[in-house]
Each structure stands twice: as C-alpha cells, then as structure tokens.
Design a protein around this ligand. Structure first.
Ligand code: NAP
Length: 275
C-alpha cells in the first residue's frame, strides 16, 4: 500500500545511538527527516534523548504537526532491568504505563504511531498479545495515538492480529530480508489489508545480496550509491523505509534517494537478488 499523504516517506531510526541520540536526531531533522522511530525500550533506545532533540526543534520553531513520531511497547522479555512499567502490573496496564512514559520522554501530548514491538511468542499469539492490542486500541480510542501497528510479525501472526483487531493495524514494521523476497509473504498480507509495511535493516540484513554486480551496475547506471538504490527500490515496492544512519552525508543521500526512480527491469533484478 502506498503511504498516506501526511506520513513522511522515510523514517529515521534511533536504535543503538545511546548518548548520541539527541545530537543525531537533531542532525536528522536538520537534514530533512520528519519521521522519527523510537521505542520505550532502554535496552536498545534512548527515547528521552529523542525528546531532548524534539524540545530543541520545537523551541527553534518546528511545529509538532510537522513531525511523525512513532514509538513502541515492548514486552518484559525484550527489556533489560530499566523497565518503563511495573512488571507486576497486568499487561494492559503495562501498555498504558509505557505509553504515558513515552509521552513524558518525548515531551508531547500525542503520538502518531504506537507499535507492539513483537508478539509474546515466536509462533502464534498468546493471551498477552491480545491484551496488549486491546490496551493499544483503547489509547487510540482516547485520541492519544493516531495509528497503532505491529512489529516483528510472521505472516500467520499478522493474519491472527487482523482477525482479532477491532482497530486495524496501520503499520507493520519488519526486518526485511532479500532472501525472503524482501519479506514478500508479509508484504502481500499488508497490501491486502491496506497496511503500510515499514522495512528496517534493508542494508544490514542484506549485505551479500547487495554486494552483487547486478545491484552495483544499477547504482552505476544512475550515478548513485547502492544504499540509495535499495531505498528507492523499497519505496517503489510500496514500503515505508527506515534508515539508522549516524552519518550526516548518508542522511542526505538517503533522503535524496526519494528523487530516484528505477525501471521495471531494475526493480525485478533487485526483487530476486537474494532468492
Ligand atoms: N522493530 C524492531 O524490532 C527494530 C529492530 C531494528 C531496528 N529497528 C528500527 O529501524 C531503524 C533502522 O535500523 P536498521 O537496522 O535499518 O539500520 P541500522 O542498523 O541503524 O544501520 C544502518 C546502516 O546502514 C548504513 N547506511 C545508511 N545509509 C547509508 C548510506 N547512504 N550509505 C552507506 N551506508 C549507509 C549505516 O552506516 P552509517 O551510520 O555509517 O551511515 C548503518 O551501518 C532502527 O534505528 C530502529 O529505529 C526496529
């Protein structure tokens, strides 16, 4: 599905940036990113660092409505000791506590997208998944979040969520492997259910496939880099891509890839490069 008009075409990811989070989000905003992805999971993200950068941006005149802010609720198993909720509280209450802390960390009154970071089990869904989703639906119903979504789901888990959802997921955020046809099975479900597919690790999960001569030749033909080709490919396939770059030059190159259009043959070459 193509991305709704008021959602930016590229998300800047803030994982693994620790004490550099604030400065890198500032640089990403300066480069032109308007979509920021974070999580209330201190193990991998520093959500308050994102908030510090946002506070500076707002002071500098940026309006809240110019930004698309996405965060996540993470079950206990994906957290370290720095929990954003009471581990003894019921799942729904944990979702609420985590979300309230996200609002505090980010210094905003509403968030654009709240994503369930991953199901509670590797296969299928458990009772905690439905309880977490219901709590997310309730927060959505209160108007405190515009969209709710899922992450790290298989095609069958996505089917199960679509079945139980009263408020349909707007996003699925998954690691996107070329060896699985760029997550073809999940993307197909997303297309059918009008869900926007957010792809991450587009570069880091596909190093071998992207080192192929056929991909390099496409980059050469357009006078761009292989990462730019990959992001253009992702967008033309209907994905909302994420980048986690820490390099200001790469930030600009990633955004410049929005101007690049690949031909049908080139898209087919990349689509099958990892199979
Ligand atoms: N839902 C989840 O479970 C989950 C899991 C992982 C990630 N995420 C989200 O997705 C975001 C992105 O993660 P990711 O795994 O895709 O990225 P990442 O691991 O942060 O890595 C991006 C890599 O690509 C390189 N890169 C980016 N643009 C480039 C360019 N134009 N030229 C050359 N190299 C370039 C970066 O190097 P430089 O820094 O040198 O540019 C970096 O090594 C995360 O920050 C997080 O927000 C979500």
């Amino acid at each position: 599905m193509s991305t709704p008009a008021d959602i930016p075409p590229f998300l800047y990811g803030t994982a693994w940036k620790e004490e550099r989070t604030e400065a890198l989000v500032e640089k990403a905003l300066a480069a032109g990113f308007r979509g920021i992805d974070t999580a209330n999971q201190r193990k991998h993200y520093h959500e308050a660092g994102v908030g510090a950068a946002l506070a500076k941006a707002f002071t500098g005149g940026m309006a809240r409505d110019e930004l698309f802010l996405q965060t996540k609720f993470t079950f206990r198993g994906g957290q370290d000791h720095r929990l954003p909720y009471d581990p003894d509280a019921a799942t729904g209450e944990q979702v609420r506590q985590s979300f309230d802390r996200s609002l505090e960390h980010l210094g905003v009154e509403r968030i654009d997208s709240l994503v369930l970071h991953g199901p509670s089990r590797r296969e299928g869904l458990g009772p905690a998944d439905e309880r977490a989703w219901r709590a997310m639906e309730a927060i959505h119903g209160e108007g405190r979040v515009r969209f709710i979504g899922l992450s790290n789901v298989s095609a069958s888990q996505l089917d199960a969520f679509i079945e139980l959802a009263e408020v349909a997921p707007t996003f699925v955020q998954n690691r996107c492997y070329a060896s699985r046809g760029w997550d073809a099975a999940v993307r197909q479900r997303c297309d059918g259910a009008k869900i926007v597919y957010q792809g991450f690790s587009l570069l880091t999960a596909n190093r071998d496939a992207l080192a192929r001569d056929s991909v390099k030749a496409i980059a050469r033909a357009h006078g761009v880099t292989v990462p730019q080709v990959v992001f253009a490919f992702a967008r033309q396939l209907g994905m909302l891509p994420l980048t986690g770059t820490s390099d200001p030059q790469h930030m600009r190159q990633d955004l410049d890839s929005l101007q690049l259009t690949l031909g049908d043959d080139e898209l087919r070459t990349i689509e099958t490069v990892g199979l």
